[in-house]
Design a binder for this molecule. Structure first.
Ligand code: FA5
Ligand code: MG
Length: 381
């Protein structure tokens, strides 16, 4: 399904497929479907919803802050494990480091899983207030709000004692309040009146840490993570008497709310009925679904082995069906007396662009059945 691309252009640098999809490196887990996304740069297209929302966020920062935020949007998504994890204090045994969660090019190189991978280098280079936008990559589940490639915008702002002294507040509280005010203001700038709530959470690089959720399509949708930067990160860059806040926005999620886009796969569509609905700087557009084609449900059951993971299963399905798969969900699981565990997954096939034929879906499902046996060491039931 994926035309095999032999090279991509990342910000003017040509990267060969063999440098990223290394068939001979046991650590490498980057499939062609992911490699082909590397040079797309949706965030740099002014008429694409991701580019439009990026520009709107730039505008918010430009008009609300006298001190400018520098912007970076063409830093390479291929980074070292040091940049992606160590520099932002991700512990050695954290799940996000596993081959199950992250795309590895080799044991020391990954496709960044967040734009936080650039915080430390930019601080070391002397930048103090910045926004970093880019494509990020994660092995993840499949549904309408998760995709293995998406876009984040990182924000970072360093304060000095003169900033918080006057307030009479402790520096951490000062930064946390400033951060929340900034992001609530951004949400109002983008959406006007919208229902939102803060949720306490954990990130290795911030304390305290928060997530912002927005009420969208009858449910709470997490749109960003943020917090007050750990002192160790500032000290690594020679900042001794400062405090900073940082955030990471999920641009697809924000654009889904802003434009009323129901499915995250649409961002990758080049169907004119999608692309023609958006224009440079046009924030008031509500997406009109061109048609909702019927879904087709297929169940698959198998005995799993110890090495089985849902992300691996999702990647097999995505590798065969591409964007024709809308959702993969576990609908049944049990363990028998012999200790064998069975999973039943429901795969929802649906095209955004046309009706699928029975024949086509049966063919996809039969390929999925073959491939899970071959690649995942499971026993079909
Ligand atoms: C992070 O990635 C942190 N680096 C954010 C951060 C930066 C926190 C700076 C503190 C300081 P998280 O994994 O929650 O956090 O992802 C951030 C946002 O990306 C989420 O809130 C969500 O909006 C979006 N996101 C995460 N996974 C996906 C996915 N598979 N598809 C689409 N959007 C996603
Ligand atoms: Mg999160």
């Amino acid at each position: 399904r994926f035309p095999i691309v032999s090279a991509v252009d990342i910000g003017g640098v040509t990267i060969a497929r063999n440098d990223v999809v290394r068939e001979d490196d046991p650590t490498n887990n980057v499939p062609d479907s992911i490699f082909s996304k590397l040079g797309m740069q949706l965030h740099r297209r002014d008429k694409h919803p991701i580019g439009i929302i990026k520009n709107a966020i730039y505008h918010y920062f430009d008009s609300n802050y006298a001190k400018k935020f520098e912007t970076f949007e063409d830093l390479s998504p291929i980074v070292t494990t040091k940049q992606n994890f160590d520099d932002v204090l991700v512990p050695a045994d954290h799940v996000s480091r596993s081959l199950n969660d992250t795309y590895y090019v080799d044991s020391q190189t990954v496709l960044r899983c967040h734009t936080s991978a650039h915080q430390a280098e930019l601080l070391r280079e002397g930048h103090r207030r910045f926004l970093v936008t880019g494509d990020v990559y994660r092995r993840d589940s499949i549904d309408s709000t998760h995709y293995p490639v998406f876009h984040q915008m990182e924000g970072f702002c360093v304060f000095s004692p003169e900033d918080w002294n006057e307030s009479g507040k402790d520096s951490t509280l000062y930064a946390a309040e400033d951060l929340k005010k900034c992001l609530e203001g951004l949400a109002r700038h983008l959406f006007g009146a919208v229902e939102m709530r803060w949720v306490d959470t954990y990130f290795p690089f911030t304390e305290p840490s928060f997530e912002l959720e927005i009420y969208f399509k009858e449910d709470w949708l997490e749109v960003l993570g943020c917090g007050v930067t750990e002192q160790r990160i500032l000290k690594q860059s020679g900042l001794e008497n400062n405090v900073a806040w940082a955030f990471g926005l999920g641009l697809e999620r924000l654009a889904m709310v802003l434009f009323d886009i129901p499915d995250i796969r649409l961002f990758w569509s080049d169907d004119e009925r999608f692309t023609s609905q958006f224009g440079k700087g046009e924030l008031g557009v509500k997406f009109k679904p061109f048609s909702k084609y019927p879904p087709c449900y297929k169940d698959i059951s198998f005995w799993i082995s110890e090495s089985f993971t849902e992300n691996n299963f999702c990647e097999v399905v995505r590798g065969i069906a591409g964007d024709l798969v809308e959702e993969v969900k576990l609908i049944d699981s049990f363990t028998n007396k012999k200790g064998m565990t069975s999973h039943c997954y429901r795969i929802v096939f649906r095209s955004m662009e046309r009706s699928l034929t029975d024949e086509e879906v049966n063919d996809l499902q039969s390929k999925v059945r073959d491939e899970v046996q071959r690649k995942l060491n499971v026993e079909l039931r």
